[in-house]
Ligand binder design. Sequence first.
Ligand code: K7E
Ligand code: CUA
Length: 670
Amino acid sequence: MSSTNPDTEDEERTEPKDADTLFEEHEAQLNELLADVDGPEAPEADSHLSGLGSGVTRRDMMKAGAAVGVAGGLAGCSGTQAFGDANTDTKNSGNVPDHKVPPGEHDEYYGFWSGGHGGDIRVYGIPSMRQLTRIPVFNREGAKGYGYDDGTAEMLEEAGDYTWGDSHHPNLSETDGKYDGEYIFVNDKANGRVARVNLKYFQTDAIVDIPNVQSVHGCCIQSPDTDYVFANSEFRTPIPNDGRDVNNPDEYVSVFSALDPDSMDVRWQVEVDGQLDIVDSDKDGRWVLSSAYNDEEGVEVEEMTKDDRDDLKAFDVPAIQELVDAGEYEEVNGVPVVDGTKESPHNQGDNPVVRYIPTPKSPHCVEVTPDGNYAMVAGKLSPTVSIVDIEKLATADDPADTIVGQPKVGLGPLHTTYDDRGHAYTSLFIDSQVVKWDIEEAVEAEKGSEEPILGKIDVHYNPGHIQAVQGMSVEPAGNWLVALNKLSKDRFLPVGPIYPDNDQLIYIGNDADDETGGMELVADHPVYPEPHDAIFAHKDKIEPAKTWDREDYEGEKEFVTEENSRVERIDDSTVEVYASVKRSEYGLRDFTVQEGDEVTLTVTNIEGSQDIVHGLALPEYNVNLALAPQDTRQVTFTADKPGVYWAYCTYFCSALHLEMRSRMIVEPAD
Ligand code: K7E
Ligand code: CUA
């Protein structure tokens, strides 16, 4: 590996660039990296998918040569140079298992992707990368009738009635640190919400709009037993944000929120100094760590990037819960808010409830190792990853002493994931690479050392999150890794100016002593904008229902049979219509209401067979129900347009699907 430079860290600390220079250099460097791809280029012979880091690297190196120089100035690292000219003959070693899954066979793992500002969760099979379904969460979605039946529409309304969200971080619920297949919890960065997806039905069953926060970025569950769900507010605002202190940014705050995973109520919040970004839990139910940029508490980019260090916040959750139980809080908008600022009385003495740990430099993520020993904080504007020793959080006198290693990994480190053999993998946004490194070696090496690096692989291009199978749990699988690349540039047929992202599948099951450390690129996969993170679980951990269990809605909604399909007039202006549905008919061939009636339609799919789904759509009434077998849905609307309306089935369910209709007659008022 190339030379180490332990001085970098000090140089960076003593001579920070001024904000304008830093910002300009960063922009110029990004522009260079993204510049001048006019059209798809024929792949060079040696830049085939499995030809790692060859043609593409050289081409980009030509273009980005100057830029790398700038970035070197920015972050004090020569980054790709050690690898750019390396051996290009890195065709598939033959040791990679086939990622293609033959017709009729199943993938080994589920992958759950957040959909970014699409607001959904996408479900993929790993390793085939086939998309299996999408789960609408913060978005309305016609294909699943989500947001159209009364139940889901009311849930979305009560959670703020926004029509979209920005989902970033899906988390699987755990028992004993292992995925238990019950729920996914996911944040909405845009509107400060957290949602829960029930994995029995792959359906969103709760959304909470968290008081006192504007945006939620970091989101995690508490390991090992999902006793809490945690949410970081990224944007500082006055709280309550009701018009007070709008021109007084010193009064803006960020809070850390703890939710009850069953009721989805906010149990408490902690106000902090600085800001919060991403969050992860230790594996013992005590410490929860939040990374941060903008501890400067700036409102403009130059201020936000001014300082050389931003504080990681480590929350002592049981200690905070004790304060709340003892009434040591202020209630704001109905939520107990504990003072976790540096000056707080709770943070004096030997056992502060929030520890502030300086980390370089506007860092991005924090991810805890599968054994729970360390948390990795990727430096973003620093080429390092800071290794926090979690055991030391309770004992270190100086919080800075909890940082026990700081390997220099490359430019723009954002996210880290893990295999089952003591290796960490970090995404390098600016270098467009994934770097593999040895965790214990990095703890032993001097800070700023490149010695722990085992290899780097080019990805295409600009990776954000990377995830290895079960790398966030106590049971990492150590075989597949996906790099969620923000840009695909020239990798796919052009589809207009909004390009797909590119998720790349990388095999990490080999530890070869070569330039990539054995990592092999296996597949490109275009994705609709814009996933941020993903989480993977072995298929045996997830047990989806094949049909609805009607006990799950008994007492709330009727199970409508063919026999009790009927129209009930409740009063002069209210009508209830009940209809069953099966191949290829509705329980009512027609139903009549009066113009102006409020109509509640209750429909049950009485089929008992898996995969026989029916719909009920009513043209010009915006009615769109999707009904899985044994499910009942309701929709309420006002019959304000007289005429004949054909209710029809939206799922092509049988040879008589087209004939499968019912007629709604709306008689004119006079
Ligand atoms: Cu790095 Cu929102 Cu996890 Cu995007 S976040 S990349
Ligand atoms: Cu039921 Cu088509």
